[in-house]
Design a protein around this ligand. Structure first.
Ligand code: COA
Length: 282
């Protein structure tokens, strides 16, 4: 295991980064506070994402939590109570820094991202989860939109993310009741892709990451960018945008993947695109 290419920022400890075989394992690291998201995590996650997007040793990012929690959401003391009592500009800055990593940076991160939900996942942690492209959970992990239980709405951008990801009845049920549910239920409602027993969680995530690493990274990036933009566009605008995006992707692809894929399927008959990726090495 080495992390030589992406050293932790000086003094960083609330976020740990370890790169191994192309996968960057990024752990929120306040286990004693169930990885509640405080200003240090906001700062260190922005720094970690800056470093990882430039680091060729990182091809897939996995976000998880140290100890028994994925994350207990925003820190009630350090993210809410203390900033509420402080200067409003500083509070605004903190909120913007948080939106940067939990929303804009992650959603459009140039490499694939996977949430590995290893335990408690509440409130603001839903945003982290939903900003990742894919998600795998421990079937016994506990999820909850607990905001209603302590008198706030799921803000930041949590309600929007939940509304985009879940059916209305399901979203409103959990927003309005705050009822906790397990990883199996999270898979059933489409909040995560799979739920597996805890002892299989890391292996399942590694397998998924390896599948993603066989694909053309340039095209993967264009796929997710395209997906996020067309969700907000009309059908006509989507068709026009995707045609242009497709041409741009082919034009800029350093490995000219479509040419390789067509040659290997049509001329060499060496693989079937319906069943797997072309051979990127030739
Ligand atoms: N903000 C601040 N501190 C938090 C926190 C949060 N979101 N979640 C947990 N902590 C702290 C606790 O205050 C406690 O600190 P202490 O040891 O100084 O008293 C420590 O983390 C451990 O929490 P505890 O409640 O004792 O752990 P648990 O394993 O029994 O329960 C949870 C875990 C996640 C069920 C429980 O901590 C909880 O309900 N947290 C709040 C979840 C939430 O509503 N998040 C939404 C925020 S938007």
């Amino acid at each position: 295991m080495s992390n030589a290419a992406t050293p932790a920022p000086q003094g960083a400890k609330s976020v740990l980064v370890r790169i191994e075989d192309g996968i960057a394992w990024v752990s929120l690291n306040r286990p004693e506070k169930r990885n509640a998201i405080n200003p240090a995590i906001v700062r260190e996650m922005n720094e970690a994402l800056d470093a990882l997007e430039m680091d060729d040793a990182c091809r897939v990012v996995v976000i998880t939590g140290s100890g028994e929690a994925f994350s207990a959401g925003q820190d009630l003391k350090e993210y809410f109570r203390e900033p509420d009592a402080g200067h409003p500009i500083l509070r605004e800055r903190l909120y913007k820094g948080n939106a940067a990593w939990q929303w804009r940076r992650m959603m459009h991160f140039p490499k694939p991202t996977i949430a590995m939900v290893n335990g408690w996942c509440f409130g603001g942690a839903f945003q982290v989860l939903l900003a990742c492209d894919l998600a795998v959970a421990d079937e016994d992990a506990t999820f909850g939109l607990s905001e209603i239980n302590w008198g706030i709405i799921p803000a930041g951008i949590v309600t929007k993310s939940v509304a985009m990801a879940l059916m209305q009845r399901t979203a409103l049920y959990y927003i309005m009741t705050g009822e906790p549910f397990d990883g199996r239920r999270a898979a059933e409602i489409g909040l995560v892709n799979f739920a597996v027993p805890k002892d299989q969680l890391e292996a399942r995530v590694r397998k998924l990451a390896n599948t993603l690493m066989q694909k053309n990274p340039h095209v993967l990036r264009a796929c997710k960018t395209g997906y996020h933009y067309v969700r907000e566009m009309s059908w006509d605008a989507s068709a026009e945008y995707l045609a242009a995006k497709s041409d741009q992707t082919k034009f800029r692809d350093p490995e000219q993947g479509d040419q390789k894929g067509m040659r290997q399927f049509l001329d060499e008959k060496s693989y079937r695109p319906g069943l797997g990726a072309y051979d990127r090495s030739r």
